[in-house]
Write a protein that binds this ligand. Structure first.
Ligand code: S3P
Length: 172
């Protein structure tokens, strides 16, 4: 059994193209929680796009902004958070997610995720397959620490959201 307080926040984690935003929106609707996309929060707070932040200030500054945004949204009740593919690379963020909510890893084969990212100029870290393979290999260990894992490759966002709702109900 998981503490009641943690069930009030659901963090969707996983690599770029896993479907964190689309599944998160459906999940929030089903749970009657609010949906927040971390990248959108950063863009709203800074008035700049993610590619602009990477271009002008670099990844390190982006990670600092991301950690700050995570803390701001993670303090709110009844919320579904779509994290960024690299949010869990910082151990502070992993700890924060674990302490404040339930994490759900949307897992899918790399090719499926990369296919979904096609035409994604808004993803500054997107590169060729070998680079993405290496990045995924670096990160998969942090995704694996999640409370729940769902195969996000086949179903629609609505079906995945329903499955997650059932899994969360089983944790109560
Ligand atoms: C990133 C993923 C992006 C965004 C930024 C960095 C990453 O989010 O946060 O471009 O490090 O994998 P998505 O996972 O929503 O694409």
């Amino acid at each position: 059994m998981i503490e009641k307080e943690r069930l009030r926040r659901v963090y969707l984690v996983g690599f770029m193209g896993a479907g964190k935003t689309s599944v998160g929106q459906c999940l929030a609707r089903e749970l009657r929680y609010r949906f927040v996309d971390l990248d959108h929060e950063i863009e709203r707070d800074t008035g700049r796009t993610i590619p602009e932040i990477f271009r002008d200030d670099g990844e390190l500054v982006f990670r600092r902004l991301e950690a700050r945004a995570l803390r701001a949204v993670g303090g709110q009740p009844e919320i579904v958070v779509g994290t960024g593919g690299g949010t869990l690379t910082l151990w502070e963020n992993r700890d924060f997610v674990h302490l404040t909510g339930v994490s759900v890893w949307l897992d899918a084969p790399l090719d499926v995720m990369l296919d979904r990212c096609r035409g994604g100029e808004h993803r500054p870290l997107l590169a060729g397959r070998p680079e993405m393979e290496a990045l995924f290999a670096e990160r998969v260990g942090s995704y694996r620490l999640s409370d729940l894992r769902v195969d996000a490759s086949a179903d629609t966002p609505e079906a995945l959201a329903s499955r997650i709702v059932s899994m969360l109900a089983g944790m109560r």
